[in-house]
Every structure is written in structure tokens, then in C-alpha cells.
Design a protein around this ligand. Structure first.
Ligand code: 3PG
Length: 306
């Protein structure tokens, strides 16, 4: 009987877990649950006998892959898979997958909510500004970027996007202006929302040269990854530009420093929670479980990322 481990340091809602369990049971596999664990050692101890693992932002590095002697597949129930050592997994003949699009609406709603929160001066009685007619720059037009554009449209924002991997025609079909360079995006938009993955190329790519191009009243929203921001540049922006605001859901390393000095211009969620909705948990959980069953039963490699 195949053993499927659900390893989530940040647990899914009950209904998502029940739905995963039902899919696993129907396939005649065994589900092992490691939820809300506190120590990476708990994950290490849980993996030796399992054939498959479902994770969220849980770290699957060399150590975990070496310990998981029977592992054939690891599925990241979510979009970004920078938490998996995909190269080493491939060397060990372990398939890595993600579940693209399944939690994107949740992340887009949070990004938009944070934008609104900044525009309305942190929900204090202080006079704010409206989003209608303001320019929003969407940095990367994937599932989250598209969902965000749809929401922002309802608010009457002027929307721009930069994504070198998406045809301008696809972007413009949504009523979004496709800009040709990242510099143009930051130079044009008062609000910028990040939706790029953390890769060797994108790490620290959001730097001072780019951020300083943003117009007056600049607001940067990060529901992507902390690694894509050059944090020294971020601190420099706070120092140089009293108009600059930053709202983040990514557990930045400089969080304490920013809160201490610039708390009126920054907001950090207590824990990464963009994808933490019932719907996103259920969608991503079901997708991950189904992908595992389809992989074992039909050799289906759709969504393989390594
Ligand atoms: C993702 O990459 O899917 C999001 O960052 C959500 O991550 P989470 O599952 O850890 O909440």
C-alpha cells in the first residue's frame, strides 16, 4: 500500500484534509498526517517510508530527500516551488510538481486588500486616497497577476503589467496595458504588486535602481517572496523617500528593523497567509492528492517542474 505524507507546518483547514484523505482512501493508499509541526526534524523523521509527500512552503532539501528513501513524488500544494531542491530531486528520480492556479485568487485578494489598507491610511480616521484612476503595475502576469487585474478593474484602476514570458496580446485582451520593460512598469505605476517567483535570476532583482523610479506616493506590495527584494535597497527607499510604503506577506528579514523605524509606512502580516483561505486550501489540497494518484496510476506527469 502506497504511503502518502501530508506535511504542512502551516496546516490546511479540516475540510481540505478530509478531501485529501478521501482521494487517498479511494486510491487504496494510506495517508500519514504531519500537520502543524514545529521542527524540521519532525519532517525528517516522517519521510523514510513514504512514497509521496504533499507540502506547502515546507522545506524539502537534500537532507529530506536523502532521508526519504522510498520517495517517488513530492507535490507542492501551491504555486512557488523554491522550497524544493528540484535539481537534487531529479537526480534522485523524485518527481516534483506544483498545483498552479489553485490558490491564486486568495493571494490576489490579499494583495488587493493590502493596497486598499495603504490607500485608506491603515484604516484609521486619517484622510486617505481612492484607488479609482490610480496606476497599478502588476509584476508578472501569471495566475495571481491575472486575478489581481480582474479585481483592480472593478475598482477602476489603470492597470499595467510586465511579463516577458506572456504575449502582450494576452495581457491586453484583459484590458491591461503590457509594458515593454520592468523599468517602465516601476516608472509608471504608483502601486506595484509583485508576482514573480524566486529564482536565481529574480533574487534581489527588485533593487534601488528600480524602486527609486516609482512615482510619488509609491506603494509596493509583496505577496511573492522575500528573496526577490534586495532588502538593503528596501531600507534605503524607506530612508530616502518619506512617501514610500511597503506591505508584505513574505516574512522579510528586515521586518523588525522596518517596524522599529518606519512603522507608519509599512505593514507585515504576522505569518505568510496569502493562500490561507478555506477555498485555496481545498483547491490546492485536492489538486495535489489527485496529481499523486494520477502519477502512480497513469504515469501522469502534468505539472512536473523538474
Ligand atoms: C504559493 O507559492 O503557493 C504561495 O506562496 C502560498 O504558500 P503557502 O502554501 O505556504 O501558504
Amino acid at each position: 500500500m502506497k504511503k502518502i505524507l501530508l506535511a504542512t507546518e502551516k496546516a490546511f483547514v479540516k475540510e481540505a484534509v478530509e478531501k485529501i484523505a478521501a482521494i487517498v482512501k479511494e486510491a487504496n493508499y494510506e495517508l500519514i498526517k504531519l500537520e502543524n509541526y514545529k521542527d524540521p526534524k519532525d519532517l525528517l523523521a516522517a519521510v523514510p517510508a513514504v512514497d509521496a509527500i504533499i507540502i506547502r512552503s515546507d522545506i524539502v532539501n537534500k537532507e529530506v530527500l536523502d532521508a526519504a528513501k522510498n520517495l517517488k513524488i513530492v507535490v507542492r500544494a501551491g504555486a512557488g516551488y523554491d522550497n524544493i531542491d528540484t535539481k537534487y530531486a531529479a537526480e534522485k528520480k523524485v518527481v516534483a510538481m506544483n498545483t498552479p492556479g489553485q490558490n491564486s485568487n486568495a493571494v490576489a485578494e490579499l494583495a488587493f486588500g493590502m493596497m486598499l489598507y495603504a490607500a485608506r491610511t491603515w484604516f484609521t480616521p486619517k484622510s486617505g486616497t481612492e484607488l479609482r484612476g490610480k496606476k497599478l503595475g502588476i509584476h508578472a502576469y501569471g495566475f495571481v497577476g491575472r486575478s489581481l487585474a480582474a479585481i483592480a478593474k472593478g475598482f477602476g484602476m489603470e492597470i499595467y503589467a510586465y511579463d516577458p514570458f506572456v504575449d502582450a496580446a494576452v495581457i491586453e485582451k484583459d484590458g491591461v496595458k503590457a509594458v515593454k520593460s520592468v523599468e517602465e512598469l516601476y516608472g509608471t505605476c504608483q502601486y506595484v504588486s509583485l508576482h514573480i517567483p524566486a529564482t536565481e535570476k529574480t533574487k534581489k532583482s527588485i533593487n534601488h535602481a528600480l524602486l527609486s523610479k516609482m512615482p510619488k506616493g509609491a506603494v509596493l506590495i509583496n505577496t511573492a517572496r522575500k528573496e526577490v527584494i534586495d532588502e538593503t535597497s528596501l531600507l534605503k527607499m524607506f530612508e530616502e523617500r518619506p512617501d514610500f510604503k511597503y506591505l508584505s506577506d513574505v516574512e522579510d528579514t528586515v521586518k523588525e528593523q522596518v517596524v522599529e523605524k518606519y512603522k507608519d509606512r509599512a505593514f507585515f502580516t504576522p505569518k505568510k497567509m496569502g493562500a490561507q483561505t478555506e477555498e485555496a486550501n481545498i483547491n490546492a489540497g485536492i489538486a495535489a492528492a489527485r496529481q499523486i494518484v494520477n502519477f502512480f496510476e497513469k504515469g501522469d506527469l502534468t505539472f512536473k517542474v523538474n
